[in-house]
Design a binder for this molecule. Sequence first.
Ligand SMILES: NC(=O)c1ccc[n+]([C@@H]2O[C@H](COP(=O)([O-])OP(=O)(O)OC[C@H]3O[C@@H](n4cnc5c(N)ncnc54)[C@H](O)[C@@H]3O)[C@@H](O)[C@H]2O)c1
Length: 325
Amino acid sequence: MILVVGGAGYIGSHLVKELVEKEEVVVLDNLSTGHREAVDNRAIFVKGDLGNVDDLLMVFRSYPIKAVMHFAANSLVGESVINPLKYYENNVAATIMLLKVMKRFKVKNFIFSSTAATYGIPHVDMIDETTPTAPINPYGRSKLMVEQILADFSKAHGLNYVVLRYFNAAGAHKSAVIGESHDPETHLIPIILQHLLGQREKVSVFGSDYDTEDGTCIRDYIHVTDLASAHILALKALLKGKKTAEIYNLGNGLGYSVKEVIETCEKVTGLKANVEMTDRRPGDPARLIASSQKIYDELGWKAERNLEQIITDAWKWHQRVSGTM
Ligand SMILES: NC(=O)c1ccc[n+]([C@@H]2O[C@H](COP(=O)([O-])OP(=O)(O)OC[C@H]3O[C@@H](n4cnc5c(N)ncnc54)[C@H](O)[C@@H]3O)[C@@H](O)[C@H]2O)c1
């Protein structure tokens, strides 16, 4: 049985939907930002907190866990600057609790959701896993700390783990049953689609004078179903004993500017956005694009879905939940 911590959240619920086809799954989630109804009903759901040792002991005593996938975290960069201890407590201290319980129950396989934010503002156009990590906010630092803890813990206690550093997760399940629902929403594609559905007055673009082709920032968007398939490949490799301590980037390898994303949303929906150009935000690099060559070479994974597919699936889901489809 596989334990998915944070499996009621955006990315976790998409992974669970794929994983239940292959494995028995138990989800542990405190529903702080997740949604109970997003969890596939073939998975067992336990409402509980990663930071609560009794909740963890109950799960590990009740189910024969062979691997843990850890999605649970707080992940708002701005909030992490204002309230860093919340991030170090929930993202780092609670993960230590999980590792302690895994050690006690001799569970040796672990997959961790990390982030492009561990790289900070890199001075290369294409970021690979050898690019130095230098996070610039508590959120990114909390994720890097867990990566470092995993490396030490693995050496001392023999944990086999894979760290997956996602770039910008986006899109929705092709069935439109689950999709991206954060509150507050800070991600570009849902913000544009909410605007096109009349739920926001306008779309603000932060900076149009970057050193890029059209002046707006370039980011790497990855379909959430592609992320799910990377987790399943990583799990397979761990369970077969093929990987012990690996870090992989997960991105499309293709950057899209904010302007291009808005134009693709307009194309997919047939609607025109009201766009407001505003000042740059501090700490926004001009471009962040992932090289995912390493995971392609080692596990045969690559992103299958392009930006138009991402937006098409996200749009179907947004229309369904807003009652316009
Ligand atoms: N969304 C992205 O673009 C992105 C990019 C890079 C990394 N990540 C990482 O991927 C993971 C999932 O992100 P997401 O966008 O799905 O976020 P999300 O907020 O939708 O999901 C997180 C889930 O974890 C649960 N959770 C949080 N703290 C918990 C705790 N103490 N105990 C039990 N459950 C808890 C929440 O209720 C939620 O269901 C996070 O670790 C995030 O940092 C996300």
